[in-house]
Ligand binder design. Structure first.
Ligand SMILES: [Zn+2]
Ligand SMILES: [Zn+2]
Length: 387
């Protein structure tokens, strides 16, 4: 059993790494300096199995336990920053104008490095740990690419775990939920094709503006009248394009929007019903539609057994009163979803205290959270792969 005090010894060193990374933020797949820093540190801890250049700049490193053979457990951190102009006023502020670690991936990287240092020294587990450092979490689907490049098979990863800091949650507290934890993200375009003409002679046209308006109103009932009120689904119309002049009824109208869902049945339902609703309304008025629906990211689903393991580890570290195991899912998207599609696992939130929100220019990762994150990773490994 561990107490967080064990990991406080690593806090100063991890804070130094974290602040160095914070001063030197890089974007997307271009995290070259960050990746070299990570690889150098890993080597200095005596880890000799380090593979770089996965998904361009991603890294996987293996630490073998001294407790004998067994499966590998994957621990994932993200390394990329955001195109945000920093306003945190911290002495370790970004040295590159217009770029900053506004999502705390500097902290995630430092915590996984801290855990790597500890685990490489103690090796008090069975099997091995695969440390996954991924690029391009924010918009490039780096997690998906690492999975496509075969890391799960190559490193024989049986289960995979992720962690993200959470502003607003007290330092030293954790939050997690079983099942869907972040939403799937889709986009749609509906083109309503009518017949254009003079605005003074509407009877000679098929007016796509009026039909488009009916479709937008129709879409509002897909959820309120069509799905279980206790389930989560969002359909938002966010773009509308129509017409060029006061006296012309246009040929077409384009309606675009986004769909967020937690369950695949609802994702399928939304795609099917948006099309059906638009087609039905358009046909009633003699118009036609063209429909495009793009599935961008899957929902992130925590697996039951792995989530129990994560809760057990967090409770060992901080006590059950500091672990909320019924966290509400987020309707945002997270590309760790692809790793959880490839292997069972779970994603946990770590308290960052009362700081500015994620992606806000005043945000900064809270270094007080470092020993908790490092302690969680180590405890998770020793709980999931006991000697
Ligand atoms: Zn982010
Ligand atoms: Zn993030």
């Amino acid at each position: 059993m561990h107490f967080v005090e064990t990991f406080r010894e690593l806090q100063d060193e991890a804070a130094e790494w974290r602040r160095y990374l914070h001063q030197n933020p890089e974007l997307g797949y271009g995290v070259h300096n960050t990746a070299s820093f990570v690889a150098e540190k890993l080597a200095s801890f005596g880890i000799n199995h380090i593979e770089t250049g996965i998904a361009e700049t991603g890294i996987v490193a293996l630490i073998h336990g001294e407790g004998g053979d067994g499966p590998a457990i994957g621990l994932r951190a993200d390394m990329d920053a955001l195109p945000v102009r920093e306003a945190s006023n911290k002495p370790w502020s970004s040295q590159t104008l217009g770029r900053m670690h506004a999502c705390g991936h500097d902290g995630h990287t430092a915590m996984l490095l801290g855990a790597a240092k500890y685990l490489a020294k103690t090796r008090n587990f069975k099997g091995s740990v695969a440390l996954i450092f991924q690029p391009a979490e924010e918009d490039g689907l780096g997690g998906q690419r690492m999975v496509e490049e075969g890391i799960m098979d190559r490193f024989e990863i049986g289960q995979v775990f992720g962690m993200h800091n959470a502003p607003g949650l007290e330092v030293g507290k954790f939050a997690i939920c079983d099942g869907p934890a972040a939403a799937a993200l889709d986009e749609f375009d509906i083109v309503v094709k009518g017949r254009g003409g003079h605005a003074a002679s509407p009877h000679l046209t098929i007016d796509p503006v009026v039909i488009g308006a009916q479709i937008i109103v129709g879409l509002q009932t897909l959820i309120s009248r069509g799905t279980d009120p206790l389930e989560s689904l969002v359909v938002s119309v966010t773009k509308l394009e129509a017409g060029t002049a006061y006296n012309i009824i246009p040929e077409y109208v384009q309606i675009s929007g986004t769909v967020r869902s937690l369950k695949s049945e609802l994702r399928d339902y939304a795609e099917r019903q948006i099309r059906k609703c638009a087609e039905g309304i358009a046909q009633g008025y003699g118009a036609e539609i063209e429909f495009k629906h793009r599935r961008l990211e899957p929902s992130m689903v925590n697996h039951k057994e792995a989530t129990h393991m994560a809760i057990k580890a967090a409770c060992r570290l901080v006590g059950s009163e500091s672990v909320n195991d019924k966290k509400r899912p987020s309707m945002g998207a997270e590309d760790f979803a692809y790793m959880l599609q490839a292997r069972p696992g779970s994603y946990i939130n770590l308290g960052n205290g009362q700081t500015a929100a994620l992606h806000n220019p005043a945000y900064d990762f809270n270094d007080e959270a470092l020993p908790y994150g490092i302690g969680y990773w180590v405890t998770l490994v020793e709980t999931a792969l006991p000697v």
